[in-house]
Design a protein around this ligand. Sequence first.
Ligand code: ATP
Length: 198
Amino acid sequence: MLKIGLTGGIGSGKTTIAQIFEVLGIPVYYADTAAKDLMNRDPELRNRIISAFGPEVYKEGSVDRAYLGELVFGDPEKLARLNAIVHPATLLDAAGWMQNQKTPYVIKEAALIYEAGLEKFLDYIICVTAPESLRLERVMNRDRVPAEKVLQRMQQQMDEKEKVSRCDFVIINDGKQALLPQVLAIHETLMEKAKTGL
Ligand code: ATP
C-alpha cells in the first residue's frame, strides 16, 4: 500500500481535496483532527502538554485550542516545543491507522509535512496551492478570524514555492481551475503506481 502525503499552506484547500479522494474510496488520515483527538484522549500526551504549558491548556477536560493557539503561534520556540510533543504521537497513531487500511493507497492530510520532516515516511507527496490572498480570504471567512491571525500562521509555514519544488504532484486550487480532473488524474496515476509497485 502506498502512503501519500497531502499538504499545502493554511487555507489552500487540503481538507476540501481530501474529501474528494474520500469520495473515490481512498481513506484519509486527517493529522490535525487526529492530533486534537489524541491531545484529549492520550493520557501520556496530555501530561506532557500540561508539564510544558500548564493546566490552563485543558478546560473541562478538553484541550482549549484557542488558548493553546494564542500561546504558541506568536512564539516559534513554544510552537516547536508543542510540535515536538504532538508529532511523535500522531506519527505512531497514523502508522497504526494505515496498517488497518486495505486500499491500494492511503492519504495523510497534514499542513506540516516538510516542516516536520515527515516526507521520509511517505511514498509520494501532493501539494495543494492557491494564491496567498485567496487563502487569506478563505480562512478569514471560514474561521471568522482577523487577517493578522491568519498571516501569523502563514509565517510559521514553509514557503509554497519550496513545497511545490519538493513535492511529486501539485493541485492548483485557485478557484479557476477545476479540481475534479486534477484529482482524478493523480488518483489514476497512484492506482497504477500501487499496482506496479513503483
Ligand atoms: P487549513 O490548513 O486551515 O486546515 P485547508 O488547506 O484544509 O485549511 P480547507 O479547509 O479545505 O483548507 O479550505 C479553506 C476554506 O476554503 C474552506 O471554507 C473551504 O470550503 C474553502 N474552499 C477551499 N477550496 C475551495 C474552492 N475551490 N472553492 C471555494 N471554496 C473553497
